[in-house]
Design a binder for this molecule. Structure first.
Ligand code: FAD
Length: 374
């Protein structure tokens, strides 16, 4: 049987083992990290990289390279309880470098640590290599037996670190016992497709006895559905609930914004998303009419004066074509005649820019609650 030796062997190339291997190698300690899988692909595991972890990456001078990897940022977490969006975490106040959670697949994180570790000659990572048992001599652990692509071999080491996760025969063999905290729930993870007009932010939805967390992963939602421990079999029999009822993000009302002024369009879209609506914006009435969103919008905010079709003409066109989207007009050039015509034509509210946010939101809520003549 072949044999290797190293001052330190780390069993397990998860976040704990890879980070320890990196830190030891960086400190000049020769280290072997063994990972039984051939890659780091573990879907959904550790995808939220928290601000405290990012701070560690910053202190290790790894942050800039790390954040060059594709990721999404979450600066605020909000939960929806019934129809209300409630902020529960705002990372923007943290007194550290990164005031957000970075959403990144764990395999990107681990591949990154592997690449960084390989900059040091004292770091060695053996993939597809499983530690099969501990080697004990005179009551001391002095290494591990392992099986790799080339067959079984031994590694002699002054220090063996088990970073092999929760369920591993090595842990039992070591005589160490874990502490169980008795978590009363399980989490089902799944993907839902994400539409371009869905809200940007991550959110949790709470309803009676139901918790659903939805994380924005670009073209899909990563969803975590929390169930009481021991109820999985029952759920399998009953099937998943109607998430539309407990309110997944796709049911968030869509507000369409049509304005040729880029900054105004951006500001209104930002406001809509901040209060939990989905927003789709267009620089002209024609673009909106040619889009799919014309079928989905629950409320329309349109500028009065635009090149091409005006906001009032857009409203009239929609009414004539039988699509009575509640409409709010905004303008930088208030005109009493136009205002009267607009209200007579069924426009819900007419605001002069800049308008008070709470007036706009009150008008939208009124539209969504059906209190409009449309
Ligand atoms: C579904 C899910 C979602 C999660 N989401 C998040 C999240 O969003 N954010 C977050 O921070 N944390 C999250 N976690 C927790 C996070 O994944 C764990 O805290 C973390 O992976 C623990 O790291 P670890 O290195 O201790 O163990 P593990 O990640 O379990 O790594 C152990 C490694 O050891 C290897 N191994 C085992 N036995 C051997 C052996 N005999 N020889 C060689 N290799 C071996 C395994 O293949 C594995 O790669 C999530 C966990 C789960 C299950």
């Amino acid at each position: 049987m072949n044999s290797l030796s190293a001052p330190c062997v780390v069993v397990g190339g998860g976040p704990a083992g890879m980070m320890l291997g990196y830190l030891l190698a960086r400190a000049g300690v020769e280290v072997l990290v063994l990972e039984k899988h051939g890659d780091f692909l573990r879907d959904f595991r550790g995808d939220t990289v928290h601000p405290s972890t990012l701070q560690v990456m910053h202190e290790l001078l790894l942050l800039d390279r790390f954040l060059a990897l594709p990721h999404q940022r979450i600066a605020e977490l909000r939960v929806r309880v019934r129809d209300r969006m409630i902020p529960v975490a705002d990372f923007t106040h943290l007194p550290i470098r990164c005031r957000f959670i970075a959403m990144m697949p764990q395999w990107d994180f681990l591949n990154f640590l592997a690449r960084e570790g390989e900059r040091y000659p004292s770091f060695r990572l053996l993939m597809s290599t499983e530690a099969t048992s501990l080697i004990e001599e005179e009551g001391r652990v002095v290494g591990v037996k392992a099986r790799g692509p080339g067959g079984p071999f031994e590694i002699r080491a002054s220090l063996v670190v088990g970073a092999n996760g929760r369920q591993s025969p090595l842990t039992g063999q070591s005589g160490l016992t874990g502490a169980s905290f008795g978590a009363p729930m399980d989490v089902l993870w799944f993907r839902l497709s994400r539409r371009t007009d869905d809200p940007m932010d991550a959110m949790g939805t709470f309803a009676a006895g139901q918790i659903l967390v939805s994380l924005n992963r670009g073209d899909y939602w990563q969803c975590a559905y929390v169930i009481p421990k021991g109820t999985l079999d029952d759920l399998r029999r009953r099937g998943l609930p109607d998430f539309g009822v407990i309110g997944v993000p796709t049911t968030v009302p869509l507000i369409a914004i049509v304005d040729d002024d880029d900054s105004m369009r951006g500001a209104i879209s930002g406001l809509m998303r901040a209060v939990g609506f989905a927003a789709a914006s267009f620089s002209s009435a024609e673009d909106f009419l040619n889009s799919e969103q014309v079928e989905h919008a629950k409320c329309l905010i349109a500028d009065v004066n635009m090149p091409g079709m005006s906001g009032l003409d857009l409203h009239r066109h929609l009414v004539q074509s039988g699509n009575r989207i509640p409409t709010i007009l905004v303008t930088a050039y208030p005109n009493e005649v136009v205002r009267s015509r607009a209200l007579a034509a069924g426009v819900l509210c007419y605001f002069t820019k800049p308008f008070p946010e709470h007036d706009m939101l009150a008008c939208i809520n009124s539209a969504l609650n059906g209190n409009c003549t449309g």
